[in-house]
Ligand binder design. Structure first.
Ligand code: OAD
Length: 271
């Protein structure tokens, strides 16, 4: 993939252009991936991570890499070993609860506020399950891949309250049905929540600005959203330190970390 990393001055110019586009947009759709949570020390999925050491001295990337998300995030893995899968997801849930929203999450919530204050529409579609956008104050968050903070009975689908700390047993059991609980995230091979997809489709069909942030753009349907936005005539922005398969279709490339670029973008929006 050609490296379209900006030099500093062209990044500055690109951010100014992006600020203008945001200020003038009637309807903005943002798509985020795990990169927006990387600066909250939550590892992404497909990158080799330098060790992220958590407070018990565990290197999250080592623990994370030991359990490959691509093999664990499947119904088959859960059926085969519900204890290991629920233990891993509960470990991730607690790490997400310990994590704090970073400057990128907070900047996105501010961009949403300003857009709405001037009568514009704003929808945040996220592939992330960590709940950090909501904790940063984002209002309209569509969780395309569900949430690690909600768990349900694996047989009946009935939800239940879960503890703020670790489950006592693995797999945890639904208090009424007695069957194992599973995390409310979308696993490989599973359909995305229909209402989330419906919202994504109609907001993309009517947006005039699409912003892709912190996603490798390789997992569909999210990876195809840029094409729906372009068909609607939208301008497009990508925030990512690296180029991705959609970079060639992007109008404004902000080659940087979202926690660094987005706060500068908010400054460009003026008071
Ligand atoms: P990936 O790990 O595939 O991609 C992370 C992207 O974030 C990469 O393009 C990085 O270059 C970029 N990135 C890293 N640090 C960043 C930073 N500080 N600021 C901005 N960007 C940064 O993660 P996703 O694209 O989110 O699906 O993966 C998509 C889906 O694949 C996930 O939702 C998950 C996974 O399997 C399911 O679990 C169903």
């Amino acid at each position: 993939m050609k490296d379209t990393r900006n030099s500093d001055d062209s990044l500055e110019k690109a951010i100014a252009l992006a600020g203008e586009a945001i200020r003038g947009a009637r309807s903005i759709v943002v798509l985020t991936g795990s990169g927006v949570s990387a600066e909250s020390a939550i590892p992404t999925f497909r990158e080799a991570h330098e060790a992220l050491v958590d407070d018990e001295g565990n290197t999250m990337s080592a623990l994370w890499a030991e359990f490959d998300p691509q093999t664990l995030a499947t119904p088959e893995a859960f059926d085969r070993d519900p204890e290991m899968v629920t233990r891993w997801y509960d470990w991730r849930r607690l790490k997400c609860l310990e994590a704090e929203p970073n400057q990128g999450h907070l900047a996105l919530a501010e961009i949403e506020r300003r857009t709405r204050d001037r009568g514009g529409a704003f929808t945040l579609l996220t592939q992330n399950v960590d709940g950090l956008h909501q904790r940063a104050g984002s209002g309209r968050v569509i969780e395309l891949h569900g949430s690690i903070m909600s768990w349900r009975c694996s047989r009946t689908g009935r939800r239940t309250e879960i503890p703020g700390d670790a489950f006592e047993t693995y797999p945890p059991l639904h208090p009424e049905t007695g069957d194992p609980l599973r995390p409310g995230v979308v696993w490989f091979g599973e359909a995305l929540p229909p209402d989330a997809i419906d919202t994504a489709m109609h907001t993309l069909a009517s947006c005039d600005l699409f912003v892709s942030i912190g996603t490798s753009s390789v997992v569909y349907p999210a990876a195809g959203f840029i094409h729906l936005a372009r068909e609607a005539g939208a301008r497009t922005i990508e925030v990512n330190p690296d180029a991705t398969p959609i970079s060639g279709a992007i109008d404004i490339a902000l080659r940087g970390k979202s926690g660094e670029v987005l706060p500068v973008l908010v400054e460009k929006l003026g008071s």
